[in-house]
Design a protein around this ligand. Structure first.
Ligand code: CP
Ligand code: NVA
Length: 308
């Protein structure tokens, strides 16, 4: 079974092949209307279940549109509306869904839930975000960087803020795609040591910085994300804001970065918190290309999972 569960559990050559296909499909579509199918329809006759146990705009719509463009059918399901949200086990849900659909994408809480789904499904499972990973996002981010700046290998990504799910997938990607990574944030919100160690072992030069200006000095890409993620306790909001305020991506910070450094944010952004309007809407920001590339990258991920 070819699941897409995480960056580090997917072979590096396969990750590269997925991105190559994503770029080729994007180019082949050109600017035809979003609702028209691709020339090739590899998902014809296939049904995809998109399960959300957390809110979503980009993941939900980009997967749904991507399935349509590839000739398939999708259904968007809220975990709360399924028996899943009322005590049915993940394992039974996986077994049942596998009798109805050809592919499952799930956005959920713990990584254990994703693993259980993958273990019991007899169709491929795609990770649409957990509390500790967001691999589809990082595939789109690498694709976006390379569209603007060429190969990411050997470049440096500076992450500002919380060592959250997106930051952790970036660390996995640093190892897989051969880029260097600077984490700048408060010690309390560092990414796990094990991930930092694994990226270093794989040859990526990982730096942990407390000084935000020093962190961006040699960055090719500056990335940030919300200060309070969907899995975080609401009660931690004030504490997180207090800890993370020095790491806001603003014009002062970007003035300390090389002139050609790009800016990314997976969105949704909290304007005026982790990033200012001036940077998000400024010339270095590629956030909307990043959002678009979710569509192209995920179409290639679905094809890879199904071998079509
Ligand atoms: N970036 C991202 O995954 O956005 P959504 O939460 O809107 O899906
Ligand atoms: N870190 C954010 C990403 C949202 C796409 C969250 O998990 O809420």
């Amino acid at each position: 079974m070819t699941h897409f569960l995480d960056i580090h559990t997917t072979d590096r050559a396969e990750l590269r092949a997925i991105l190559d296909q994503a770029s080729a499909m994007k180019a082949a579509r050109g600017d035809r209307p979003k609702g028209t199918p691709d020339d090739e329809l590899p998902l014809a006759g296939r049904v995809v279940a998109l399960i959300f146990e957390k809110p979503s705009t980009r993941t939900r719509i980009s997967f749904d549109v991507g399935v349509r463009q590839l000739g398939g059918t999708s259904m968007v399901l809220s975990g709360a509306d399924m028996q899943l949200g009322h005590g049915e086990t993940i394992a039974d849900t996986a077994r049942v869904l596998s009798r109805y659909v050809d592919l499952i994408m799930i956005r959920t809480f713990g990584e254990d839930i994703l693993q259980e789904m993958a273990e019991h499904a007899t169709v491929p499972v795609i990770n649409g975000l957990t509390d500790t990973s967001h691999p589809c996002q990082i595939m789109a981010d690498v694709m976006t960087f390379e569209e603007h700046r060429g190969p990411i290998r050997g470049k440096r990504v500076a992450w500002m803020g919380d060592g959250n799910n997106v930051a952790q997938s970036f660390l996995h990607a640093a190892a897989s795609f051969g880029f260097n990574f600077t984490f700048a944030g408060p010690e309390q919100l560092d990414p796990p040591d094990a991930l930092v160690g694994a990226a270093r072992k794989a040859g990526s030069e990982v730096r942990i910085e407390r000084d935000p200006l020093a962190a961006v000095a040699d960055a090719d890409l500056v990335v940030t994300d919300t200060w309070v993620s969907m899995g975080d306790a609401e009660s931690s909001r004030q504490r997180r804001h207090n800890l993370l305020r020095p790491y806001q991506v603003n014009e002062r910070l970007m003035a300390a970065a090389p002139g050609d450094a790009l800016v990314m944010h997976c969105l949704p952004a909290h304007r005026g918190e982790e990033i200012t309007d001036a940077v998000l809407d400024g010339p270095r920001s590629v956030v909307f290309d990043e959002a678009e590339n979710r569509l192209h990258a995920q179409k290639a991920i679905m094809r890879w999972c199904l071998g079509v």
